[in-house]
Design a protein around this ligand. Structure first.
Ligand code: CDP
Length: 222
């Protein structure tokens, strides 16, 4: 089986389960993990925390160019406001370009001792790592995703309503998939996995099967 610098690209919409699945995949196969959404959330958070408008392209580009993960120490980037700001700055080609090198560099140089990387996001299989060893597109029905995100968010803020979360996710799906720069879409060669009716263990079994099949095939070919 191919064991050198495996790249697993995991794309999909908000609350599809891709983050949890990616972390499990990384730990199961001994790979490093990068949540690329945290980079866009990071830029969104910087804009909001400096009182800047996330719609200002020049400021957002400057924030993305100067971005490092340690700027996020102690920052709460999982709030709905930061999610919205992330999706706004993520539609800017200038911001995407500024974050591209960081993501590709991470994929090319896993920390020593690890066999490769798992990156999750919206455009990993299509733009960031089009030659990824394995590509997964994780999806679920929008009301199922909204329910999952609502359950997560109400643990921190019990005033948030399900309708609000549903509306927010729909708006973000729309913005992420209709933008011109690297829209969210499944790569042609991605395994499509719908987790609407699967809990995380069942989804992980399906994901493992897809990964093992592809790794086996690429080992036989190469
Ligand atoms: O966790 P959730 O799925 O809600 O979102 P996330 O993965 O943290 O991403 C936040 C936002 O960043 C998304 O709505 C996208 O607009 C953007 N994003 C992107 O454009 N490209 C990526 N590779 C990752 C995230």
């Amino acid at each position: 089986m191919k064991t050198e610098n495996i790249v697993i690209a995991v794309d999909g919409p908000a609350a599809s389960g891709k983050g949890t699945l990616s972390r499990r995949v990384a730990s199961f196969y001994g790979l490093a993990y990068l949540d690329t959404g945290s980079l866009y959330r990071g830029v969104g958070w910087i804009m909001l925390s400096r009182g800047l408008s996330p719609r200002d392209v020049e400021d957002a580009e400057a924030a993305a160019q100067a971005f490092t993960l340690d700027q996020l120490d102690g920052a709460d980037i999982r709030t709905p406001d930061v999610g919205r700001a992330a999706s706004v700055v993520a539609a800017m080609p200038e911001v995407r370009d500024a974050l591209l090198a960081f993501q590709r560099d991470f994929a090319a140089h896993p920390p020593s001792g690890l066999n490769g990387t798992v990156l999750d996001g919206r455009d990993i299989g299509t733009v960031v790592c089009p030659d990824a060893t394995v590509k997964l597109f994780i999806d679920a029905a929008v009301d199922v995703r909204a329910r999952r995100r609502w359950a997560e968010l109400t643990q921190r803020d019990s005033s948030i309503s399900f309708e609000q979360v549903l509306e927010d996710i729909k708006r973000r799906d729309q913005r992420d998939s209709s933008r011109e720069a690297a829209p969210m879409k499944a790569a042609q060669d991605a395994h499509l996995i719908d987790t609407s009716e699967l809990d995380i263990d069942a989804a992980f079994t399906v994901v493992r099967r897809a990964i093992d099949k592809t790794l086996m095939k690429s080992a036989m070919e190469g």
